[in-house]
Design a protein around this ligand. Sequence first.
Ligand SMILES: Cc1cc2nc3c(=O)[nH]c(=O)nc-3n(C[C@H](O)[C@H](O)[C@H](O)COP(=O)(O)OP(=O)(O)OC[C@H]3O[C@@H](n4cnc5c(N)ncnc54)[C@H](O)[C@@H]3O)c2cc1C
Length: 422
Amino acid sequence: MADSDLLIIGAGISGLSMAHYAAAAGWSVQILEKEHRIGGCLHSHRFTGSLDGFWLELGAHSAFNSYSHLLAILESLHALERLRPRAKVGFRLFADGAVRRIPTQLSFSELLLAPFRLLGLIKTGRSVAEYYGHIVGPRNYAAVFGPAFSAVICQSADEFPADALFNPRPRRKEVPRGFTLPGGVQTLAEIVAGSSGVRVALGQTVTDIQHQGERFVVRTDSGDYTTRALCLATPVAVTTQLLRPEFPEVAEPLMEVKTATVETVGVAIPKSRLTLPLVAGLIGRNEPFLSVVSRDTVPDPSYRGFTFHFRPGRLDEAGKRDCIARVLGVPGDLPASMNMIEKLNQLPALRVGHGERAQAIDGLLAGSRLALTGNYFTGIAIEDCVARSRQEFARLQHELERICPPCVKGGTQNLRWFKKKA
Ligand SMILES: Cc1cc2nc3c(=O)[nH]c(=O)nc-3n(C[C@H](O)[C@H](O)[C@H](O)COP(=O)(O)OP(=O)(O)OC[C@H]3O[C@@H](n4cnc5c(N)ncnc54)[C@H](O)[C@@H]3O)c2cc1C
């Protein structure tokens, strides 16, 4: 049975950043990942064969110079020079069957009052529709802002908490405002996974966790692992399921967090077949898709790539193909051999009041060697995940130092454990 100071379940950016912090502190770290690739939602599909070298994003597509925790990790790994600015092409709306410039869809008379409506308005406790709808006006919200926010978070934004959508953060001016990397944002995950001392075992689905004496025992399809501290960096639904038998009181508040599913389809098309202007993406209004993310931000000499994020359950495969051809204006049908790739994405569907739930979860974790990180605490952006991992690692470090002050490694004194299910 392999043993470690910290075992992390999930090799998305939350788990990888947690591993980076722990390994940098000298802990022995093991990550278990169910897929045969790392990155989770950082998923850059890299084509082979005739499209060798071309990639497109099936998940996250951009990081920003306000992502200070992420940038600090990249800096410590001497990787800042690998960042590439995204080409400055704009977003457009796809509405009423056509591609439209955003300003043509706005009511400027309604917008004029926005600065006054903002006065004294508090974000916390309000949904995106309540808060931003009030500021920009109901017509602008329905025509532009609602669809745009939904495109950003890949789910209907209306009921999402306003304070979990955009968090103001200081920017690092020497870093490109919006960036990606050669090979796409999955490269970020690969860089962090390369941190010295981080071990990742792929193809390891965790099915059960238990605490026995001073150790957690983690079971996968192919064997057991033991660890002094355990971190779950899995999507919230998986985390809930894994915690439920052994840590029911922590699982309980998590059960209330719903999951939004997105049916993602990426397609690579020869440039010569398209007349669509260069775009960063299209925002769908009253369409079966929430957004289309384009590769035009990283131009390629021969191909253009588009990733459609479809609302779940609306279209079958043929319907999606028709929709893609219609939106991209590809003459004739898309050939069946089209370079098309599918993925099911999942994100937490946060609701107003989630901040208090997250605080309650932190209260339950306090004093234990069980850590939770992910995109269901303060927000879903990559930076929210890394910041959460930083915070959880600091807590774990404090817990272990408290029981064994001179030597963090090897301490054996018991910490507070959760009540076992009767
Ligand atoms: C379509 C889309 C676009 C986005 N765009 C952006 C963007 O442009 N910028 C931005 O900042 N954010 C964006 N986000 C949000 C951001 O990418 C995610 O919130 C973040 O990457 C989540 O990271 P995570 O590590 O918490 O979870 P995940 O990436 O979901 O990773 C969890 C990992 O756990 C693994 N796992 C699950 N179950 C098990 C198990 N039983 N055993 C072992 N391993 C398991 C999974 O395989 C996965 O690798 C986007 C998200 C999506 C879906």
